[in-house]
Design a binder for this molecule. Structure first.
Ligand code: ADP
Length: 551
């Protein structure tokens, strides 16, 4: 801007100066020219009359002191006398403009420019009574000559103007620009600048308001988006076209780890080097999308990689599928176990029935065979009942009724139901203490306690005891089933609640066990928000305690 102002200022100054010089020179030239004209005319007329009144013309001319050139020309145009040249060598002057004019009107003048154009010669000729002509001439600077003469000064003047305008324009620019530089763009209307700036400042204020509004809106949306992405359970990673991480949410950081990186823009491989992840990303870069299974610190993830906008970027979504996979595996295990468990009694039943059908059983053995078939079919029935029970519990016990249940009554009923079984095993069952009400399903609760008491009887010694101990605290109702049986080895304690898990398979089957009893207890406890605790000592006994929240 300063340069522009300086240039304009300088241009203007020089133009003005040039104009002034041209004007002054022209005025001077015209003035001098008129002056010389008048002077020369006057002198020519005076000289002519003096010459006419003098008898000795030539000596008069020769002796006169003239600064101007004087020429005396005969009527035929030949030069009679010239004070600056030899008259003899001079050509005939009859055709000269001033002489021709003097012949016509008695007096004539002419102006001739020198070859260099810098000087011009002014002539005045007067026709005298004897027909001769007296001509006076003087030289003066032509307009161009005058200018040429002044050129040095003019250039000096221009140089001064250039320096001066440089200095002035610098000061001027500083003064002009200072208020503009001081404009507070944050508060355009709070500035006191030139009036001409007011529309611009108003526009700025309007723009500022618009921008602030838009920025607020964008930040709010960004905040919402970040909160949304941040709270996603799925890991989200956004890559650029060169597989540099542009953004990753907290879940992704937890899955891949930050790798000690405080900022993004690192290659994805610097976070995690899993070959399947790399393969998925490379495949997605080629085909648009790809899937991979990833196992990171005992969790399993499905990674969906999708290239965006012709591989200018990529979105990776990590979904935790540990539970789903585990459930799938459990389902497969369960199906295999169920088939196996069902096949065993059915094979036995089928085998015995076939023998009887082919009369291969002695009549006296028939009751025993029929008894075994009955026993196996009972076991089968129990198994099917337990499986159905478990599948109902798996579905969240949708049909269960939740009501206040007196745990004392349930415990007594369960113990009563097993009286015969206990007697057969020579085990005494007792219910001791009392407790409060729990919120739940009476049938399921009785089933749970029956399973525990039944286990206490089954895995007991001859003459052993099973004690059902009821108690309560301020917030909880407790039921413990304590037996004096064989106990559970420590390494099996965590697993006995799994489906079909048995410590001693043959003993369990012998006693009609299905391997599902404790599983039902575990699921039932979950349904009732109860906590299970198991304590056991080999050959001393087992105690399983259920702690229910009070109704
Ligand atoms: P089962 O029908 O085989 O009894 P459960 O699920 O009820 O199935 O029990 C799982 C396994 O835990 C049993 O096979 C048994 O080995 C062990 N178990 C359960 N309760 C007791 C107990 N009170 N004493 C000793 N072992 C037990």
């Amino acid at each position: 801007m300063r340069k522009k102002i300086w240039k304009n200022f300088l241009g203007l100054s020089l133009a003005v100066a040039l104009l002034m010089v041209a004007l002054a020179t022209s005025v001077l030239y015209v003035t001098f020219d008129r002056q010389l004209d008048a002077q020369l005319k006057q002198e020519a007329v005076l000289m002519a009359s003096m010459l006419e009144s003098t008898p000795n013309n030539l000596p008069f001319l020769e002796n006169a002191l003239f600064t101007n050139r004087i020429t005396w020309i005969a009527a035929d145009g030949s030069v009679l006398y010239d004070n600056q040249s030899s008259a003899k060598t001079m050509s005939n002057h009859l055709q000269r403009e001033e002489i021709a004019e003097a012949i016509e009107s008695g007096i004539g003048n002419a102006k001739r420019v020198s070859q260099t154009l810098r000087d011009e010669q002014v002539y005045y000729a007067v026709r005298m009574t004897d027909g001769t002509f007296l001509r006076l001439s003087a030289s003066q600077k032509s307009l161009g000559g005058m200018m040429w003469q002044m050129l040095g000064w003019v250039l000096l003047g221009f140089a001064c103007i250039t320096v001066l305008t440089g200095l002035i324009s610098r000061r001027l620019t500083r003064k002009l620009v200072a208020p503009i530089n001081a404009i507070d763009l944050e508060d355009p209307l709070g500035n006191e600048v030139y009036d001409e700036f007011s529309p611009m400042l108003r526009r700025m204020e309007e723009q500022n308001r618009k921008i602030t509004g838009q920025v607020q809106e964008i930040s709010a949306r960004q905040g919402e988006l970040n909160a949304l992405i941040g709270s996603m359970r799925e890991g989200l990673v956004i890559l650029d076209g060169k597989q540099h991480v542009l953004a990753m949410n907290q879940s992704a950081v937890e899955i891949l780890g930050s790798g000690g990186k405080k900022s993004d823009h690192h290659k994805l491989w610097e976070y995690h080097r899993h070959p399947d992840l790399r393969r998925a990303v490379e495949e997605a870069a080629q085909n648009g999308n790809a899937k991979a299974q990833l196992s990171v610190s005992s969790r399993e993830y499905v990674v969906n990689a999708s290239a965006v906008d012709g591989n200018r970027g990529m979105v990776l979504l990590f979904q935790d599928c540990t539970e789903r996979n585990e459930a799938e595996r459990a389902r497969k295990r369960f199906t295999a176990n169920v088939s196996h468990e069902l096949r065993t009694p059915l094979t036995t039943i089928g085998g015995y029935a076939e023998l009887m059908q082919n009369n291969m059983v002695k009549p006296e053995d028939v009751p025993s065979f029929a008894g075994r078939i009955h026993g196996e079919s009972m076991r089968l029935l129990k198994l099917v009942e337990d499986i159905l029970h478990l599948s109902r519990l798996d579905e969240g016990f949708a049909h269960g009724t939740r009501q206040n249940v007196a745990l004392d009554q349930v415990a007594n009923a369960a113990a009563q139901g097993l009286f015969e079984a206990a007697k057969a095993k020579n085990v005494s069952v007792s219910v001791e203490g009392s407790t409060g009400m729990v919120s739940g399903d009476a049938v399921l609760l009785e089933e749970m306690l029956r399973n525990l008491i039944e286990n206490g009887i089954k895995y007991n010694r001859d003459g052993g005891t099973v004690r059902v101990l009821l108690s309560e605290s301020a917030e909880a109702c407790l039921v413990s089933v304590e037996d004096s049986g064989i106990g559970i080895p420590k390494e099996h304690c965590d697993k006995v609640f799994e489906r079909f898990y048995r410590v001693d398979s043959s003993r369990s089957k012998e006693t009609g066990g299905t391997g599902l009893g404790l599983s039902i207890v575990k699921h039932g406890a979950e349904y009732h928000h109860a906590v299970i605790a198991l304590e056991s000592k080999i050959n001393q006994g087992t105690r399983i305690t259920l702690t229910f929240p009070k109704a």
